[in-house]
Design a protein around this ligand. Structure first.
Ligand code: VG1
Ligand code: CO
Length: 553
């Protein structure tokens, strides 16, 4: 029975509060330790700042869901009470409080809602001592642009009160509609809308046949995170892969104590299964909130930058993209492999700052169809978030159509376009002022670098990347230091905007190799000269006390 029917007419309560420091959203929403979010009024202040600045959300429908990490359920109860008190008419909530980030984007768009609140700290660890996060997505389905996050942040600095209802917790586990005050809450199946969208884009019959061929073995590692239920439904149930194809498919509040980041360092088990005499033909993984992907073939790792380029070059083989692609975009630190494909296809290619929010306008304007980031993110105009399972299905569709292995597809791609060798080195939890000092030091060097010889390379340009959005003209500055060489090689230095402890320094390295004879070289070995240039130029060891990176991908 609904609360309303019980006759408990609830009056909104206005609670006095004071601002918290540091509620500025980073690369993808506000991310902090769970302990920070649990402080009285902390989450409430941020949520009220959303309602105060995004005034059209009241009176409409709001999507709410998260990656199921620790504190997800509590946060959803808080948000639902506040949404009702702030005049939201209807909330769509994934059962159990679950919605992967791409599924949330799908639901926001499909039901023409006013936006959504997504609870996730993505690839960051969870649990009582782990991380939590919250972000607002706009009606187009994508992460709020900087103008919106700036407004929300400004509001958090002046906030004095928030509105909520005093009412019992909503049952999140039963499908159907209930009421909180004047707001309808509809608990929806978190998987079905998304699964239907995937079926509309990919050739499920062809993938099913590949699974049934008896010569193809794969595993998908859900890393005990949100994609478990999605992958089981799509890969095992709808596509008929053998039960057990999805590994770690049980979504856990602390991701089983792991780091739900699908890369060579954190998905070691899966990587090992694609090596050795009994190697799988295909391995894939996704992150905490389901928007990242890692693609592995037999004894073969596809860098996310290459993945974007391969998908772009082969998109016409997949039903959803049969008509071809309109353009591609990649984040600045992503390798230039996709640029070469765009050039051959004769379509536009854009270079944006890091973070999916910068792709939104290009997608909305129909200027691009595919986009991607080096950080294991790939996506298209089907939603407005990067999409882990989508990328996996795209690859499976290609394997089914081309009847080749991942390694063969990659080798052929490199023969046709040349290879952009690529690696990223992360130095994590570095002292924040040391990291800032390192970036400042590089900024000072920039004007003198062009023309200078570093190792066996000559600098052709050096700048702090700034971006003017081609659609709305908005400007984003200080987006990472780029050093380009005459050979086409690049080094990029950036500080992470998603970490919650100290600073994380990311160094992105790339060089172009046209010669197929040299395409099979070991990446780290091939990149050694550039790595040395980067370390020396950034005075990494002297400034951070680290002689080696923590994570190499
Ligand atoms: C990282 C990645 C970036 C990605 C962001 C969110 O940001 O580098 O490419 O968009 O995470 O991804 P940063 O600022 O730490 O480098 V997710 O899957 O955490 O929402
Ligand atoms: Co993510």
């Amino acid at each position: 029975m609904s609360i309303h029917a019980k006759g408990l007419k609830m009056q909104p309560q206005v609670i006095a509060t004071t601002p918290f420091e540091g509620q500025r959203p980073g690369t993808s929403g506000l991310r902090k330790k769970v302990g920070a979010f649990r402080q009285p009024h902390y989450l409430e202040n941020f949520v009220q700042a959303i309602f105060d600045t995004q005034t059209d959300v009241a009176g409409g429908t709001l999507v709410v869901g998260g990656d199921g990490r620790y504190y997800n359920r509590e946060a959803i109860q808080t948000i639902l009470r506040m949404a009702a008190a702030n005049g939201v008419k209807r909330a769509l909530v994934g059962r159990g409080g679950i919605l992967s980030t791409p599924a949330a984007s799908c639901v926001i768009r499909k039901y023409r809602t006013r936006g959504g609140i997504i609870l996730s700290a993505s690839h960051n660890p969870g649990g009582p001592d782990g991380d939590f996060g919250i972000k607002f997505n706009i009606a187009a389905g994508g992460p709020a642009p900087e103008s919106v996050t700036d407004a929300i942040f400004a509001r958090t600095q002046t906030i004095r009160e928030y509105r909520t209802l005093d009412c019992p917790a909503t049952d999140l586990d039963t499908l159907g509609t209930v009421r909180i005050g004047d707001m309808e809450v509809e608990i929806i199946d978190p998987v079905s809308d998304y699964a239907e969208l995937m079926e509309s884009l990919f050739d499920f019959n062809a993938i099913h046949q590949l699974f049934n061929s008896g010569i193809f073995r794969m595993r998908f590692d859900a890393m005990h995170a949100v994609t478990g239920p999605y992958a089981k439904e799509i890969i095992e149930t709808r596509l008929g892969a053998a039960p057990g194809t999805v590994l770690n498919g049980e979504a856990l509040e602390d991701f089983g104590g792991g780091h739900p980041d699908p890369n060579l360092a954190h998905a070691k088990e899966l990587v090992a299964m694609t090596e050795g005499p009994d190697a799988l033909d295909f391995g894939a993984a996704s992150d905490g909130d389901g928007d990242r992907n890692m693609i592995l073939g037999k004894k073969c790792f596809v860098t996310p930058s290459d993945s974007l380029a391969v998908l772009a070059a082969n998109a016409h083989l997949v039903p959803g993209y049969r008509a071809g692609i309109r353009g591609v975009a990649r984040s600045m630190p992503t390798s230039q492999a996709a640029d070469r494909v765009a050039e051959q296809l004769g379509v536009e290619c854009f270079e944006t700052p890091t973070g999916w929010k910068f792709f939104g306008n290009l997608l909305d304007a129909g200027r691009i169809t595919l986009c991607g980031e080096e950080s294991f993110g790939t996506g298209s105009d089907h939603v407005r978030e990067k999409d882990g399972l989508w990328a996996v299905l795209f690859w499976l569709n290609l394997l089914a159509v081309r009847q080749q292995s991942v390694a063969e597809i990659l080798a052929e791609h490199w023969r046709r376009f040349g290879r952009n060798f690529y690696t990223r080195h992360d130095y994590e939890e570095v002292d924040a002022s040391a990291a800032e000092g390192l970036m400042d030091h590089l900024r000072i060097l920039l004007p003198d670098l062009p023309g200078r010889r570093l190792g066996d390379q000559t600098v052709s340009y050096a700048d702090d990347f700034a971006y003017t959005d081609p659609i709305d003209g908005s400007r984003s500055e200080r987006q990472g230091i780029r050093i380009g060489f005459e050979s086409g090689a690049r080094i990029v230095f950036r500080l992470s905007g998603t970490g919650t402890e100290g600073a994380t320094l990311r160094i992105y390295l790339e060089f172009f190799e046209p010669d197929p004879e040299r395409h099979q070289r070991d990446t780290q070995e091939a990149m050694q000269p550039l790595i040395l240039i980067a370390r020396e130029l950034g005075q990494i060891e002297a400034r951070t006390g680290r002689s080696e990176p923590d994570v190499v991908t």
